[in-house]
Design a binder for this molecule. Structure first.
Ligand code: TYD
Ligand code: MG
Length: 458
């Protein structure tokens, strides 16, 4: 194993083999310090010499009892947690500044407190008066949540030890300051040290800790990413600030399924649960327009219908633009290449904009066919019927592959009043009463079937 270099930038976390005044990775000045964790202390030599205690050994069959959980009563939150909050667990809730993390956690704190947990909310960003004002706006001023405004971790831990709460919320980890580490709050070493202390404390004392982490705009290196491996559960709160939808997504969960989402709506009185996300995501759809396609997706265990929008315009000069919001840019490049190679539809000389409406972020390959349909629809300036849903994976050969949970997608489409579904040919016979199924074997067949014979290059 290669030995880790001994210097680290406290801004971006990059490792360096020697000290220098300026970090080559991020360009910051005077941020490089010798990495404390990597310098061998007096204990390093003693490790081999002194005997440790015997650790507990077990087998693969004997199970510890399921950890106790507490419901918040907010179904959208409990599902993302994998069925309530687990005792003695550490969670990270990440997201852009202003997206609604503090609002969400104050509401959650109030719910958990109402369900019998002793909850302490520590704000390092706002004064107690500011948090109280938010509580009043949310109608939560009467809930038995204990509040503090503090950033000194040592004092916080001492207080927690005396108070022995069931749940503590730290808003945010970037404002916390451990006096054992020299660098400034928000730096990689501080964030790491504070998260490590809090996580250990939670495990040792049997309490749960929820840490808020801001995602830095420039990239996520100094953000919550650096502590993802320490915690049990990582949730990201996503959304488009121009929209009211907010999505809480589990990206890691030791106590439940990852990829589960909870959908909320930001209202004047805080976050409201959205029980029927498809209806919400489709509610902003206008008249059928070229480039607009409804995709029947699955998020976690739930079907979610959403609109995919594409715009194709002549690129006046130079490299044509490829701009994607809510989907993967590499995947878009692949779909464009397949459309050109297998269907004779080049996009060279054309700017391409792709957008998943409502601020949703999609990662399943099942969206390939809906994306391709939106692109062709925009290029040919032909609108698809508004009662059609589309899904399917596209392979490089241009063949369409069936996707998982087809029946659930079809059922959701039916429920929302769609009349036609276009999807890959599957080996299994599908039935969906009230829904006309158009099963196509490949992308060229799909384009011919839906758009007729489109104009080739030119
Ligand atoms: P906040 O929870 O402070 O975001 P974060 O902690 O992620 O930085 O919420 C910020 C936004 O939410 C702010 O622009 C105001 C808005 N908001 C509402 O629309 N309704 C509300 O009830 C509250 C409390 C906030
Ligand atoms: Mg906040």
């Amino acid at each position: 194993m290669a030995r880790d270099p001994g210097f680290r930038c406290s801004e971006c976390g990059a490792s360096h083999s020697k000290w220098s005044g300026r970090c080559e990775a991020c360009g910051a000045w005077n941020t490089i310090t010798e990495d404390q964790a990597l310098t061998a202390g007096p204990g390093a030599r003693a490790l081999g010499a002194r005997r440790g205690a015997a650790i507990r050994l077990t087998d693969l069959a004997t199970q510890d009892a399921e950890p106790p959980r507490t419901d918040s009563g907010v179904a959208e939150l409990d599902r993302v947690l994998g069925g309530g909050l687990v005792r003695a667990s550490a969670l990270l809730v990440g997201g852009d500044p202003g997206i609604g993390k503090s609002t969400l956690l104050l509401q959650a704190a109030a719910r958990f407190a109402r369900n019998g947990l002793k909850v302490i909310y520590v704000s390092g960003e706002e004064s107690t008066a500011q948090v109280q004002m938010r509580a009043r706006r949310l109608g939560l001023e009467k809930s038995p949540v204990i509040l503090a405004a503090e950033t000194a971790l040592r004092d916080i831990l001492t207080t927690l030890e005396a108070q022995a709460p069931d749940l503590v919320i730290i808003d945010s980890i970037q404002t916390m300051w451990a006096d054992t580490v020299e660098s400034a709050p928000g730096s990689v070493s501080q964030v790491r040290a504070c998260a490590h202390e809090l996580t250990n404390f939670a495990k040792r004392r049997g309490l749960s800790v929820i840490m808020v982490g801001h995602v830095t705009k420039e990239g996520t290196i100094a953000g919550p990413r650096v502590i993802e491996h320490m915690v049990d559960t990582v949730l990201y709160f996503e959304g488009d600030r121009g929209h009211q939808f907010r999505i809480l997504r589990a990206v890691k969960n030791r106590f439940g399924p990852a990829d589960e989402i909870g959908v909320f709506e930001m209202t004047g009185k805080g976050l409201a649960e959205v029980r029927n996300p498809s209806a919400l995501f489709l509610s902003e759809r206008g008249q059928p327009a070229p480039g607009s396609v409804v995709f029947a997706g699955i998020e976690g265990t739930r079907p979610v219908l959403c609109e995919i929008q594409a715009l194709v315009a002549p690129a006046p000069h130079g490299q044509p633009r490829r701009s994607v919001v809510g989907w993967d840019g590499t995947r878009l490049a692949m779909i464009l290449a397949v459309l050109e190679a297998r269907c004779g539809l080049p996009f060279a000389g054309l700017d391409v904009y792709l957008n998943v409406a409502g601020g949703l972020r999609i990662s399943e390959p099942a969206a390939d066919l809906a994306v391709a349909a939106a692109l062709v629809s925009a290029r040919e300036d032909v609108a698809l019927p508004e009662t059609t849903v589309i899904f399917g994976e596209i392979s490089l050969s241009g063949a369409l592959r069936p996707v998982v949970q087809t029946e659930i997608r079809l059922k959701e489409a039916q429920k929302l009043g769609f009349t036609t579904a276009i999807l890959p040919k599957a080996a299994k016979r599908l039935t969906a009463p009230g829904l006309a199924l158009r099963q196509v074997p490949d992308l060229a067949g799909f384009v011919a079937d839906v758009f007729g014979a489109p104009a080739a290059a030119g």
